[in-house]
Design a protein around this ligand. Structure first.
Ligand code: FES
Length: 388
């Protein structure tokens, strides 16, 4: 029996060896399947098996598999969604602003615009520090500049990068950006969008929500954003932007100290009844993401998930030397550097949510919208990064 077979990847026929990964098979035929980690975590390489068969290596989700794990098993036709090619672009930090006690906004101005689809992520390397993954988003007031990337970074005690924002990392700090990557991006579609964020998961969800309101206004949108406490519900200006733009179902939650119009609990408590027509995007802590994925899977709704996990990558020797050269002993983040823009931009005009009646899960169900029919698939997604 021959150990070669024929693959057709996005219409291009190639020869492939039995047992090699779909990514390697594609590269052998000069077809680059979008990918990043190659370890089965980031979901960037998820492809659809249109016909024939592959050995999914445990990554199957409906007709899709991860091309970095799945191996060639015979003749097959494979497709993937076209996304902007990953490139490297240099930039500098131009603003570092405190959005809440725990969340910092970092603006990076690029030498040239980086093409990405809303919801994708990039890898940014601040000079002297290890690379981290961030989801570029737009300003909380809804403005967007293609020459800059806006990141939301949660300040972590002892976080290698986050603890240095405003200290070692200040405006004019050099940054190398590589991307875009990721599978949880906005697609064209007709059905309702259900967008769920926890903490700095708001960054990709806000990018998706704003783009949907600009490009897909025919779609109903439900937005649910949560944080642990009201002080860190930093996305309130963006929620108001959505309300002003006509989104009826905008929900903000906090786990403690919630007071109207903020609702008590977690975003999962206020999920609408999901169905086949819905497309769910969820980003944030893995517990939230896993819970939403389960509910979407149960309802057969399409689900694109972006779980934020703590990064474990330590700085390289060169990075440690660079940090010592850059950081005077004992230097700490400077509040003035953290807040170059006028204070007071967090003010939120409280107003009642205009959506339908809301009930908390566990009481008597969720009635944001009527229940819908079932079908389709949910997808797992995990990638490392200092974005918890
Ligand atoms: S490249 Fe396959 S999951 Fe990341």
């Amino acid at each position: 029996m021959s150990d070669t077979c024929q693959l057709v990847i996005n219409g291009q026929p190639i020869s492939a060896r039995i047992g090699e990964t779909l990514i390697d098979a594609g590269l052998g035929g000069y077809v680059i399947v979008p990918h990043d980690c190659r370890t089965g975590q980031c979901e960037t390489c998820r492809v659809t098996v249109e016909s024939g068969s592959v050995d999914d290596q445990g990554t199957a989700d409906g007709r899709t598999v991860l091309a970095c794990q799945a191996t060639v098993d015979g003749d097959a036709v494979i497709t993937f969604e076209e996304v902007p090619a990953a490139v490297k672009v240099a930039g500098i930090v131009t603003e570092i602003s405190k959005l809440s006690p725990e969340v910092i906004e970092v603006a990076v101005t690029l030498q040239s615009p980086l093409q990405y689809r809303p919801g994708q992520y990039v890898r940014a390397k601040f000079a002297g520090f290890p690379a981290r993954e961030y989801s570029p988003t737009c300003r909380l007031n809804g403005t967007f500049d293609p020459n800059e990337l806006i990141f939301h970074v949660r300040r972590l005690p002892g976080g290698l990068i986050s603890s240095q924002l405003g200290a070692t990392i200040r405006p004019d700090h050099r940054v190398q950006v590589h991307g875009p990557f990721g599978h949880a991006f906005l697609r064209d579609g007709e059905g309702p969008l259900v967008l769920v964020a926890g903490g700095t998961g708001w960054a990709p969800i806000w990018s998706l929500a704003r783009a949907a309101r600009h490009e897909q206004r025919h779609r109903d949108v439900v937005v649910i954003a949560g944080s642990r406490d009201p002080d860190n519900l930093y996305m309130r200006p963006a929620l108001n932007w959505l309300i002003d733009d006509g989104v009826r179902d905008v929900i903000a939650t906090t786990e403690i100290d919630a007071a109207r119009p903020i609702l008590p609990g977690r975003p999962t408590h206020y999920l609408p009844s999901l169905g086949l027509e819905d497309t769910v995007h969820v980003a944030g802590p893995s517990g939230l993401v896993d819970a939403v994925k389960r509910k979407a899977r149960t309802a057969a709704a399409r689900c694109y998930a972006d779980a934020f996990l703590p990064s474990v990558q330590a700085p390289s020797f060169v990075d440690r030397v660079m940090q010592m050269l850059r950081t005077p002993a004992g230097e700490a983040a400077d509040e003035d550097v953290l807040s170059p823009r006028p204070r007071g931009r967090l003010g939120w005009v409280f107003r009642p949510f205009a959506g339908a009646a809301i009930r908390q899960e566990g009481a008597s169900g969720q009635i944001l919208r009527p229940a819908q029919s079932t079908g389709s698939s949910a997808r797992p997604a995990r990638r490392p990064g200092e974005r918890t």
